[in-house]
Write a protein that binds this ligand. Structure first.
Ligand code: CA
Length: 242
């Protein structure tokens, strides 16, 4: 994986702050001051992570993010937003951002979020590499998921899930720590033409939670208000894949 970081930001002070601190940590940095050029570079080069300002001249950050994901670029993105801009954050996460930082931010927060997002994306890569070829088993803390068999083992005990519950869990478990919107779950598990509302998603998640809580306690499905869900694994259990 590349150690290069792309910073798409038109405010020189913010761009300098990010550049300076990430260079200190050993990353190679590249700053671009407008959306179109940022998008071009993000598509054509390999970066470990992209910092994306939302209010950019020309093409704004939302468009950049949307086009990036439409082009199949999976590089983790941290959006840079103004304070009190909850709607922007929600919109950004829905479009596929991995995390956000609110301006103004401190160095500690910048570095913590950067390494958390990188750790997650590296875990994903390792996991994908490890499962190819053999029977796929996803291991998260004390939870083991067998996608081919629709079976789940939690802390050594088999858990009975309905097919849709299983599919929701699998989708979340393949993306631990990443916010998944209700729309995404809806489309992936039920299909675009499903007539029921998003309430269906909530009902399944809540039933799934109860079944996982019978045994506990390293995997949890966290609600992100107004957006969706993410699956969290407690640090103690670690995150491994095979
Ligand atoms: Ca800006």
């Amino acid at each position: 994986m590349s150690d290069k970081v792309l910073i798409i930001e038109d405010e020189p002070t913010i761009a300098r702050l990010v550049t300076y601190n990430l260079s200190q940590e050993g990353y190679e940095t590249e700053v671009v001051g407008n959306g179109a050029e940022g998008l071009h570079n993000a598509i054509h080069e390999d970066y470990a992570i992209i910092f994306l300002d939302l209010m950019l001249p020309g093409m704004n950050g939302f468009e950049v993010l949307q086009k990036l994901r439409q082009n199949g670029v999976k590089t983790p993105v941290i959006i840079l937003t103004a304070r009190n801009a909850e709607e922007e954050v929600v919109q950004g996460l829905k479009l596929g951002a991995d995390d956000y930082i609110t301006k103004p931010f401190g160095v500690a927060e910048l570095l913590a979020r950067t390494s958390a997002v990188l750790r997650r994306s590296r875990n994903e890569e390792t996991k994908e590499a490890a499962v190819s070829g053999s029977e796929k088993i996803i291991t998260l803390g004390d939870l083991q998921i067998f996608p081919d068999k629709y079976e789940v083992l939690l802390n050594g005990q088999w858990i009975t899930l309905r097919p849709k519950e299983f599919e929701v869990l699998l989708y979340l478990a393949e993306r631990p720590g990443i916010v998944i919107t209700r729309d995404d779950l809806m489309n992936v598990v039920w299909g675009f033409d499903y007539i029921g509302g998003q309430r269906t998603v909530d009902v399944h998640v809540s039933s799934l939670r109860k079944k996982l809580e019978l045994n506990q306690q390293t995997v949890q499905i966290e609600s992100i208000r107004g957006v969706g869900y993410k699956l969290m694994i407690s640090r103690k259990a670690g995150l491994t894949g095979r």
